[in-house]
Design a protein around this ligand. Structure first.
Ligand SMILES: C[S@@+](CC[C@H](N)C(=O)[O-])C[C@H]1O[C@@H](n2cnc3c(N)ncnc32)[C@H](O)[C@@H]1O
Length: 295
């Protein structure tokens, strides 16, 4: 496990994922009943942006956040959904001790979610790396409805679902360090859906090799004997660079099973703005498709 999210914190993929996560949480909040937010690969919760360019051996590397949150931070105008997200990051920075207008730290998905949870909701955060999990425990020590688990995220899917609330939003955001990650997600998500078919599941994935992510997506539109019946499945993708660009990760996506009502329309509005603001070249584009339509 060499992956350290702080090199990537606030990059275009984080912006895409966190903007959509906020829309999903807003969708969950449209019903009064409380829900569980389960973050299977939570990270450390807070990232110091200055550290994003410093490697353990003292060498420097170009940070990724200037091409992500950095671009939105300095944009002259933003559509409302993105302005709200930047405002949330800004307020969070102020609370973390940054000067007004200063972008010094970036919140991970646990904090992005925490800001939108209500007293009747709760959050379970899983992180396998002990140092990251310790940081997460320190982050949330004063929050009563948050539990942190040093646990494999796929084990958590079995251990924590179905939740007593019978409502959950599950974010699966693995590091994709090895080729087996898509297979692990497939197994974990199948088992989770057998236990709890009505959960809202959001899976982030990179688009480095088109064929691999397409194969993964196809899985969710074909019924498999013994599995839970197919769920409505929405896929949103953001491509930042053309296929022939030297940029390695040319895009990323979010597969959402059982998306809350109205979220599709909101994602549709925000994707073109994300492509315009975060794109590197003329290949930048957003994509939104139902793999399995809503009934
Ligand atoms: C992409 S980062 C998560 C970023 C976070 N969700 C966010 O948006 O701020 C993936 C995290 O998963 C952790 N991790 C790796 N394998 C894991 C596993 N099997 N179970 C839980 N966490 C794992 C890594 O240490 C890393 O912190």
């Amino acid at each position: 496990m060499n992956y350290r999210h702080h090199f990537h914190a606030g990059n275009y993929a984080d912006v895409f994922k966190h903007v959509l996560l906020r829309l999903l949480l807003a969708g969950m909040r449209r019903k009064e009943k409380g829900f569980l937010y389960l973050d299977t690969h939570a990270g450390r919760g807070r990232y110091i942006l200055e550290a994003a360019s410093r490697l353990a051996d003292g060498r420097e590397r170009a940070p990724e956040w200037p091409e992500g949150i950095g671009r939105l931070w300095t944009a002259a105008s933003l559509p409302p959904v993105l302005a709200d997200y930047v405002e949330a990051v800004s307020v969070w920075n102020l609370r973390a001790g940054s000067a007004a207008g200063e972008l010094a730290t970036y919140p991970g998905s646990p904090w992005i979610a925490q800001e939108l949870l209500r007293p009747q909701d709760r959050s379970a955060l899983c992180e396998l790396r002990e140092d990251e999990a310790e940081a997460l425990v320190a982050e949330f020590q004063f929050q009563s409805r948050v539990s942190v688990h040093t646990l494999d995220g796929y084990t958590a899917l079995r251990a924590m679902l179905p939740p007593p609330e019978r409502r959950a939003l599950v974010l699966i955001d693995p590091p994709f360090e090895n080729a087996g990650e898509f297979a692990d997600i497939r197994r974990g998500l199948r088992e989770a859906r057998r236990r709890f078919p009505s959960g809202v599941y959001a899976v982030w994935y990179p688009v480095t090799e088109r064929a691999r992510s397409d194969d993964f997506l196809r899985e969710w539109s074909d019924a498999v004997p013994g599995d839970a019946p197919l769920s409505p499945a929405l896929v949103a993708e953001l491509q930042v660079a053309a296929e022939d660009s030297p940029v390695r990760m040319k895009g990323c996506g979010l597969l959402v099973l059982n998306p809350p009502w109205q979220v599709e329309a909101e994602i549709k509005t925000v994707l073109p703005a994300l492509a315009r603001l975060l794109g590197h070249d003329a290949g930048a584009a957003g994509r939104l498709d139902w793999l399995v339509p809503e009934r």
